[in-house]
Design a protein around this ligand. Structure first.
Ligand code: ATP
Ligand code: MG
Length: 387
C-alpha cells in the first residue's frame, strides 16, 4: 500500500494539440515547487509519489492548472487489497455510529472481473461488516470512498479543490506594475492564473518613501510567488521623475504624467525580459486617474497592450480575492508608496491625450526614463521553501 496524491487538471485537458505541452508545464511547475516529490504523468492525471508532507496539498491548492487533488492509497487491482485500503482510510476518519457513506467506483481497466456497481456493493458490504455503525446512503453521504481501478487501484476519501486556470508558463510573459496597494497584487494573480509569467516592477521614491515601503512589496512578491512560481522583482527609482513633474507640469496633470512615464519604463523592462504586455491593477472609475479618458491617455504612452484584469470588479470583490490570495494583510500595512505622497489637490479627471502630451513638453522624458532604468535593481524574493 503506497500513499500517493492524484492531481486532476481540467481546462488544459481541452486544449487539443497543445495539451501535452500544457500538462508537461504543469508537471514541471509542481516538480519545481516540490523538489522531493516524484511527479508521474499518467494520461489523464498526474500522480505524485513521496508526497506525504502536509504542505504538498497546500501547494496543490495554489498551483494554477490544478482542478482538484486527492491523497490516495495505491494498491494492487484486487478486491482484497482495495478493501484493506478502504478500511485504512475510513478508520482515519474515525466514523461515529450512524455515519452515512457510499462507495463510488470507476473501473477504467475493463479486465477487472467485477463491474463498478458490483464493486460498490461488495466493498460497501465489507466496510459495513468491519465498521458496523456505518449507514449506506447514496445521496449526500458524510463519507464517500472513491475507487479508481486502473492497472493498479487508487482509493481515496477526499477531493480537494485546486485553483483551476492554466499552468504558469503556458501563456507567455507580461510586466506588471506593482504598487503596495490592494489591487495590483490581485491583478498579477489573475493574469498568472491564465498561464502568464509575470515580471513585477515597483516604482519607489526614496527619500520620500521608506525602506519599509519597499520591503512591503518584496513581501507581496513572496506571497504571490507561492501561486505564480519564483518572480524577479524590479525596483525602480522614481523620485527624480516626481521632482521633474512637480517643477514642469501643472498640478492637475501630475498623475497622468507620472503614469505615462511608468508605462514607458515598464515597456523598456518588457523589452529586456521578453514580455509582450503590461498589467496594471486599474479598475474603472475607482479614482480620478481611472476614468476611460485617463486610461486612454495613460496607455497611449506605450505600444504594448495594457491588461487590466480588475477592470470590471468592485472594491469588495477585489478585497475578498486579496484576502484569499494572502496579499491583503500586507497591502493594508501603512507604509506609503510613491503615488500616495504625490496626489494633486484637484486632479484632472478626464484628461485628453492632447493635454497629457502637452503637459510633457517641458519634461526630458527620455532621460528621465533612462535614469530610472539605470537605477533599477532586481530582487528574487523566495517563496518560503519547505519541500
Ligand atoms: P493599487 O491598489 O494597485 O495601488 P490603486 O487603486 O491604488 O491600485 P492607483 O494608485 O491609481 O490605483 O494605481 C493604479 C495602478 O498603477 C496600480 O494598480 C499599479 O498597477 C500602478 N502603480 C501605481 N503606483 C505604483 C508604483 N509605485 N509602482 C508600480 N506600479 C504602480
Ligand atoms: Mg495605489
Amino acid at each position: 500500500m503506497e500513499r500517493v496524491v492524484l492531481v486532476r487538471y481540467g481546462e488544459i485537458g481541452l486544449k487539443g494539440a497543445n495539451r501535452p505541452a500544457f500538462v508537461a508545464q504543469l508537471a514541471r511547475n509542481l516538480q519545481a515547487a516540490l523538489p522531493c516529490v516524484r511527479v508521474e504523468n499518467r494520461f489523464d492525471h498526474l500522480l505524485l509519489r513521496d508526497a506525504q508532507q502536509p504542505w504538498v496539498l497546500e501547494r496543490l491548492a495554489r498551483t494554477f492548472g490544478v482542478v482538484s487533488s486527492s491523497p490516495a492509497l495505491e494498491v494492487a487491482a484486487e478486491l482484497d487489497a482495495i478493501e484493506q485500503a478502504a478500511r485504512a482510510l475510513v478508520a482515519e476518519l474515525a466514523p461515529q455510529p450512524g455515519t452515512t457513506f457510499r462507495v463510488e467506483t470507476h473501473r477504467r481497466d475493463k479486465s477487472f472481473p467485477l463491474t463498478s456497481p458490483e464493486v460498490d456493493r461488495e466493498l460497501g458490504r465489507r466496510l459495513q461488516t468491519h465498521f458496523p455503525g456505518l449507514v449506506a446512503r447514496m445521496k449526500d453521504p458524510q463519507v464517500c470512498v472513491w475507487v479508481d481501478i486502473r492497472q493498479r487501484a487508487y482509493v481515496y476519501t477526499q477531493v480537494r479543490p485546486g485553483p483551476g486556470g492554466l499552468p504558469v508558463g503556458t501563456g507567455g510573459r507580461a510586466v506588471a506594475l506593482l504598487s503596495g496597494g490592494i489591487d495590483s497584487p490581485v491583478a498579477i494573480w489573475m493574469v498568472a492564473k491564465r498561464g502568464v509569467e509575470v515580471t513585477p516592477v515597483h516604482f519607489h521614491a526614496p527619500p520620500f518613501t521608506s525602506e519599509r515601503a519597499k520591503e512591503k512589496v518584496v513581501r507581496l512578491v513572496e506571497v504571490l510567488s507561492q501561486w505564480c512560481g519564483p518572480m524577479e522583482l524590479w525596483v525602480v527609482p522614481f523620485a527624480h521623475v516626481q521632482r521633474a513633474i512637480r517643477q514642469q507640469v501643472e498640478e492637475p496633470l501630475w498623475t497622468v504624467a507620472m503614469r505615462r512615464i511608468m508605462m514607458r519604463v515598464a515597456e523598456r523592462v518588457a523589452e529586456r525580459v521578453g514580455a509582450a504586455a503590461l498589467v496594471t491593477g486599474e479598475s474603472l472609475g475607482q479614482v480620478a486617474s481611472q476614468t476611460l479618458e485617463a486610461l486612454a491617455a495613460i496607455e497611449a504612452a506605450t505600444r504594448l497592450p495594457v491588461l487590466r484584469p480588475l477592470v470590471g470588479m468592485d472594491k469588495l470583490e477585489i478585497t475578498a480575492l486579496a484576502q484569499r490570495i494572502g496579499t491583503y494583510e500586507i497591502s493594508v500595512l501603512p507604509y506609503e508608496d510613491c503615488c500616495t505622497l504625490f496626489v494633486p489637490r484637484r486632479p484632472r479627471t478626464r484628461p485628453t491625450l492632447e493635454e497629457a502630451e502637452r503637459a510633457e513638453v517641458g519634461l526630458a522624458v527620455d532621460s528621465l526614463v533612462q535614469e530610472a532604468l539605470a537605477g533599477a535593481e532586481t530582487v528574487f524574493p523566495a517563496a518560503p521553501a519547505r519541500a
